[in-house]
Design a protein around this ligand. Structure first.
Ligand code: LMR
Length: 352
């Protein structure tokens, strides 16, 4: 009987990942950024919550800064079961055959965070996760980083300033088209290699939210940063499907709750993290930070807007349309909310 129980346990572990000598289920969570980024801190939060809510049945091991795997390798490692959990940026799902995630790379498509969250948490998010299902991957949550800024060793005000610059990008066709449309020369490169590539002049510049820029010390090797907010960088938290489905129901429920709470925490801190990182970049005085004027931003926007049409067939016209509809709805609600407080004042004035 004892042997049978032991065999069942071993079989279950075969599906649900490795257990250590203490019988804990190990969740290896690999990622490519620093621990003190929005993703790094949320991974840590998830670990604490997961271990608490599963009453010690799970141990989460976090491997930050590409310690275990670089961008592309980590997705292969998840699919093969070498690690159980990742949070790659949406720009990194293309090579596994899920180009629809590049919706989130589309420049100037998302006007604000509210629109982003509604899209992620609604039908579009569900559709994207369904796409992963056929690839042995289960999507658990969407995490924020923030809007991206452009950096290089020369000032970038008008679009023509990017002409001929070699710009590092993530492995996304939308980002490649974005850089080409701006007149730059895109170079796909793993995140862990960007600092050295900038230092050695292999590439001239890059794009990222400031939290990534600062925690990778890119301010040491980039003289200029333009606050262009031209596109977004966020994450899909994913697990190996066989691992997830093989977990005992109570453990999966604990991890689901832990992810829910870690996600709320992550979305809460992301913007502040980027604001703090910007203050540190400015204080370090190694990078000149430039704010695009409204007219300059309008020029970037005008140049990049045609990409939405161009990529309809890759990403899906319905997905792009859905973002535009959500954005219009959010704008309408925000306008109504700003107009609302004026009502009592108007009434008071009418009474006089
Ligand atoms: C990048 O490669 O620039 C980012 O995706 C890194 C990250 O995960 O935030």
């Amino acid at each position: 009987m004892k042997l049978r129980t032991a065999m069942i346990f071993v079989l279950a572990m075969g599906i649900s990942g490795m257990a250590n000598a203490a019988g804990e289920i190990i969740v290896k969570f690999s990622h490519v950024v620093a621990p003190d980024t929005p993703k790094g801190q949320a991974a840590e939060k998830f670990k604490q919550l997961a271990e608490k809510l599963t009453k010690g049945k799970v141990r989460v091991e976090i491997y930050p800064n590409s310690q275990l795997y670089k961008d592309r390798e980590e997705i292969e490692a998840l699919q093969s079961g070498a690690v159980q959990m990742l949070a790659p940026s949406m720009a990194k799902f293309g090579p596994m055959g899920a180009r629809e995630f590049e919706l989130f790379d589309m420049p100037f498509l998302f006007p604000n965070q509210e629109t982003l969250h509604r899209v992620m948490d609604g039908e579009v998010g569900k559709k994207l996760f369904a796409k992963l299902d056929t690839k042995g991957v289960t999507g658990l949550a969407f995490w924020d980083n923030g809007f991206k800024q452009m950096s290089s060793n020369k000032p970038m005000h008008s679009v023509s300033d990017l002409n001929g610059l070699k710009m590092r990008i993530q492995s996304s066709k939308v980002l490649s088209a974005q850089m080409k449309t701006l007149g730059a020369n895109p170079q796909v490169m793993a995140f862990s290699e960007v600092y050295t590539a900038l230092q050695q002049g292999v590439v001239d510049g890059t794009e990222n939210p400031v939290s990534n820029f600062y925690t990778q010390k890119m301010n040491e090797v980039q003289k200029h940063m333009t606050m262009s907010n031209h596109g977004y960088l966020g994450y899909a938290v994913i697990v190996n499907k066989a691992f997830w489905e093989g977990l005992p129901a109570d453990v999966r429920a604990g991890l689901t709750q832990a992810m829910k709470e870690a996600t709320a925490f992550e979305r809460e801190i992301a913007q502040k993290d980027n604001d703090d990182a910007l203050a540190r970049v400015i204080a370090a005085k190694t990078t000149t930070v430039y704010q695009l004027t409204p007219a300059e931003r309008a020029e970037w926007q005008k140049v990049l807007l045609p990409l939405q049409k161009e990529f309809e067939s890759v990403i899906g016209a319905d997905l792009i349309q859905s973002v535009n509809t959500t954005a219009a709805q959010v704008a309408k609600e925000q306008a109504a909310a700003t107009a609302a407080p004026a009502k009592p004042a108007a009434k008071a004035a009418a009474k006089k």
